[in-house]
Write a protein that binds this ligand. Structure first.
Ligand code: MG
Length: 257
């Protein structure tokens, strides 16, 4: 199932997105998409509604340096254990919403990533049971002010500016995350081209590692790291991240104000 969140003339709702191409329909879900969703009976042609970020997380946990080639391009070595950091929930934006470049940064980078959306409250989950805790997968851009990240001892400022976590276009619930093509394009030029099979720590290991620290709640989002090829985005550019089996997340880039 493809789970999305939309703005329609009647308000904001979770939906199931069905069909393909120009024939896609958004079927309204009652309440929330967790467990077994029930439907209200209302639906809209997808072109008649606006797709929002598919989930509003209570927290976003990210894995740093989870692809060896990216660790190397950052002048680092691949870490033995997962390295985690967080982005605040206020970084989340939906498809086609501008990434806003902070006026106090001169180097903002895209980072295309597979995002895991948690479906059940959980703590201390062994890797063997981790995928049972997953609602589905979506596409993320872990936008980073590289200069702020470099200036500070830790990464919070560089990772946390408003609009720095585009998510979407929807959550795919029926997907094996272990070997998916991941591609990032900047103004149509391919700048990242990799596969999720190249993660140093896979999705089950990541969930085990994070849930040993903190309780994960339905809707929480885990960004699984970016492959090599990160680079700057500037005012007027467009960045698109595509993941096999999910779709493409596109956002324009603009300066503040
Ligand atoms: Mg990242």
């Amino acid at each position: 199932m493809r789970l999305g969140r939309i703005a329609s003339p009647d308000g904001v709702a979770f939906v199931s997105i069905e069909g393909e191409g120009d024939e896609q329909t958004a079927r309204e879900i009652a309440e929330h998409p967790f467990g077994t969703p029930t439907f209200t009976g209302r639906s809209w042609p997808l072109p008649d509604v606006r797709l929002l970020a598919p989930i509003l997380a209570t927290k976003i946990i990210c894995i740093g340096k989870n692809y060896a080639d990216h660790a190397v391009e950052m002048g680092s070595v691949p870490p033995a254990d997962p390295v985690i950091f967080m982005k605040p929930s206020t970084t989340i934006i939906g498809p086609n919403v501008p990434i806003v470049l902070p006026s106090n940064s001169s180097e903002v980078h895209y980072e295309g990533e597979l995002a895991v959306v948690i479906g059940r409250p959980c703590k201390d989950v062994p890797a063997a049971k981790a995928l049972d805790m997953v609602l589905g997968y979506t596409v993320a851009n872990d936008v980073t002010a590289r200069d702020h990240q470099a200036q500070d001892v830790q990464w919070t400022r560089g990772k946390s500016h408003d609009t720095f976590c585009p998510l979407g276009p929807w959550i795919e619930t029926a997907l094996d995350p272990s070997d998916l093509a991941l591609r990032t394009q900047r103004d149509g030029e391919t700048v990242q081209d990799s596969r999720t099979s190249l993660m140093l720590h896979d999705v089950p290991e990541i969930i085990e590692w994070i849930s040993a620290v903190m309780t994960l709640l339905p809707g929480d989002v885990i960004l699984t790291g970016t492959p090599a090829g990160v680079g700057p985005i500037t005012n007027g550019q467009t960045v698109s991240v595509s993941i096999e089996g999910i779709g493409t997340l596109t956002n324009p880039v603009k300066t503040k104000g």
